[in-house]
Design a protein around this ligand. Structure first.
Ligand code: CA
Length: 255
């Protein structure tokens, strides 16, 4: 494996993490700021399997680093380390393209579990490209309620591959972040039903604090750009005023 790139300016913490990650078999390179990380990934094209990115860094913060990577079409699995008690950081992290987050301080066991989860998904995606496993299911609207993590979901001439995080719609292929995909999967699973913003925060992002739920709207705007023929007149991702959203696999009949 190519190992993990850890961006963390607190030297004591960085040293401890490197020691523990390497003890688990993950070669780990530590850098102390975002600029160095961007240089390694985007300029020198150094290969890593996963990026562990602290939010609080000297110079560019973790959000800026994540945004730059994604804008440069670098989709390395990205685990962001956020400050506990700042749920708005979590949403900001997802908006900037993080795949998962972990509030500091964290247990090593939880960090390792998150890393394994992200690597498993990456491996799965890679396998699919060359050698599709026999048990990947193509799900259609009537299967929506049981939609699984790696299913391919087909609706209205569009296709979402939850294993590779690719969405095909209107002649284009879009690369979803893990969090965009998880939000979409949540809405699809509840096809036809109204899904509140609060339930999205709790069930998709694991946030129980009182967070500004309007942050979800930004995600919906992005998903609409991918899915909808005309994002200003959505046919699939409908807003339910004052409550939340509703996914429809087929457009509603014209009124
Ligand atoms: Ca820091």
């Amino acid at each position: 494996m190519n190992g993990i790139l850890l961006v963390e300016d607190e030297e004591h913490l960085a040293r401890g993490l490197k020691f523990n990650l390497e003890a688990e078999g993950y070669p780990t390179k530590v850098v102390g700021d975002g600029e160095t990380a961007l240089d390694l990934l985007l300029e020198q094209h150094t290969e890593f399997d996963l990026l562990v990115l602290d939010v609080m860094l000297p110079g560019k913060d973790g959000f800026a680093v994540a945004s730059e990577l994604r804008q440069a079409s670098n989709y390395i699995p990205l685990l962001m380390l956020t400050a506990r008690g700042r749920p708005e950081d979590v949403l900001k992290g997802f908006e900037s393209g993080a795949d998962d987050y972990l509030p500091k301080p964290f247990d090593l066991a939880i960090l390792l579990a998150r890393i394994r989860g992200l690597l498993r998904r990456r491996d799965w995606g890679r396998t699919l490209l060359t050698d599709p496993p026999a048990d990947v299911r193509v799900a259609e609207p009537h299967d929506a309620g049981s939609l699984r993590e790696f299913d391919v979901y087909v609706f209205d001439d569009k296709q979402v591959d939850f294993g590779t995080l690719e969405l095909r719609a209107n002649g284009n292929v879009f690369r979803l972040t893990l969090m965009e995909a998880e939000l979409l999967r949540h809405l699809i699973r509840k096809s036809g039903k109204i899904v509140s913003r609060k339930s999205i925060l709790e069930e998709v992002w694991g946030l129980h604090e009182d967070t500004d739920t309007r942050a979800i709207d930004n995600f919906i705007v992005r998903l609409r750009k991918y899915i909808e023929q005309d994002p200003s007149h959505p046919q699939h991702l409908l807003t339910v005023r004052g409550v939340g959203y509703r996914f429809l696999p087929t457009p509603p009949p014209a009124a």
